[in-house]
Design a protein around this ligand. Structure first.
Ligand code: NAD
Length: 353
């Protein structure tokens, strides 16, 4: 089990350190885990001038899975676009062909009060957003800003071919099959031809999964339904840009961005696992960040890349026990209650592991 560990910037090193402690426990208990560390994002720019250096690419390519913290920070915001830390993320996803991003949004009953929505609307929420990650307007060409008729014009290209849509549709149907058997495909077919093709291809793939109930929804309606009645959803599948926005919205239903893991998979279930949040420069170096999203990313890694369902459950159960016992980092604590730091939260998870 070769794992490349890319801690990145900001709170990345602090939260990844806690996840590595969990991996070390699993290794001590017999899993053949090998860890190798590398640079990505701003720290890689500082060291090599590039956000995704060749050495990191070699390391990540040779690994079975990648554990990533987060990248970015205000000190890099003025760099040329190609050198920005976020380019490192886009590059690793593209270079490793990680086209399927799985983002669960689960509301732990103990944290129902952390949600900004009413308890009844979110209690027991368990949805999975499957976002296409290597296509769409984020990668489409042509793109740029140029002068036309004496004024600046900015443009990007939304593009999907049917093979790209078909492979992400299969991932989503398989995920729905393992869950409640409901899949909602989100597009904007009333305005965008590209997403008309999306709807057509997803509908074709549905014929191979008669046991899954497929529905379609326009993205504006989906954004609204997610806050009105999120429990109507089981699995949602959508393109890169809509998925970016909807998965952040779904994550906030659960109260804290610090709780949610994600997996990005290729066709052979090699995966990159990371919390959905960013590098939180406001918290960096202060032992304040919640490491649970990163620790739960290790659980997803055990499940999706290594087929170690027992190890995945063991980690998830430890997190549940920690929450049940009332231990909270600052982002999930109820007002005026006592909170613990990043490392103490790691201690609590390890004690329950
Ligand atoms: P962010 O996710 O870093 O932070 C948003 C808010 O959530 C902040 O208030 C932060 O304190 C809080 N937060 C985030 N993670 C937390 C955790 N583990 N525990 C407790 N609170 C947490 O998003 P942002 O502020 O928009 O971006 C900061 C930097 O991160 C930017 O440079 C951005 O480009 C980058 N970014 C990176 C990724 C990634 O690496 N995948 C994703 C998003 C943003």
């Amino acid at each position: 089990m070769k794992i490349a560990v890319l801690a990145g910037d900001g709170i990345g090193p602090e939260i990844v350190a806690q996840a590595v402690r969990v991996l070390n426990v699993l290794r001590a208990d017999g899993l053949p885990i090998e860890l190798e560390h590398g640079l990505i994002g701003g720290c890689a720019v500082d060291a090599t001038g590039e956000p995704y250096p060749e050495a990191t690419h070699q390391l990540a390519s040779a690994a079975d899975a990648v554990l990533l913290g987060a990248v970015g920070g205000p000190q890099y915001d003025l760099l040329p676009r190609q050198q920005r830390p976020e380019r490192g993320l886009l590059a690793i996803r593209k270079e490793l062909s990680l086209f399927a991003n799985l983002r669960p949004a689960i509301l732990y009953p103990e944290l129902a009060n952390a949600s900004s929505l009413k308890y009844d609307v979110v209690a027991g929420l368990d949805i999975m957003i499957v976002r296409e990650l290597t296509g769409d307007i984020y990668f489409g060409e042509p793109r740029g800003i140029e002068m036309r008729d004496g004024q600046r014009v900015g443009y990007n290209t939304m593009v999907y071919n049917e093979a790209e849509i078909r492979r992400i549709a299969h991932v989503a149907f398989r995920a729905a099959n393992k869950r409640q058997g409901k899949l909602c495909s989100v597009d904007k077919m009333n305005v965008l031809e590209c997403t008309q093709l999306w709807r057509d291809v997803v509908t074709e793939v549905a014929k191979e999964y008669p046991q899954v109930m497929l529905s379609h929804m326009l993205v504006d309606n989906a954004a609204m339904q997610l806050v009105r009645y999120p429990k109507q959803f089981d699995v949602i599948v959508t393109g890169n840009m809509f998925g970016d926005i909807l998965s952040d919205e779904a994550s906030m239903l659960t109260g804290s961005i610090g709780m949610l893991p994600s997996a990005s998979l290729d066709e052979n279930n090699k995966g990159l696992y990371e919390p959905i949040h960013g590098s939180a420069p406001d918290l960096a170096g202060r032992d304040l960040a919640n490491p649970l999203a990163t620790i739960l990313s290790v659980a997803m890694m055990m499940r999706y890349t290594f087929n170690q369902e027992d190890a995945a459950r063991r980690i998830e159960d430890s997190v549940k026990k920690v929450l049940r016992s009332g231990v909270r980092t600052k982002d999930i604590v109820e007002s005026n209650a006592k909170s613990v730091g990043t490392k103490a939260m790691g201690d609590a998870v390890l004690a329950n592991l």
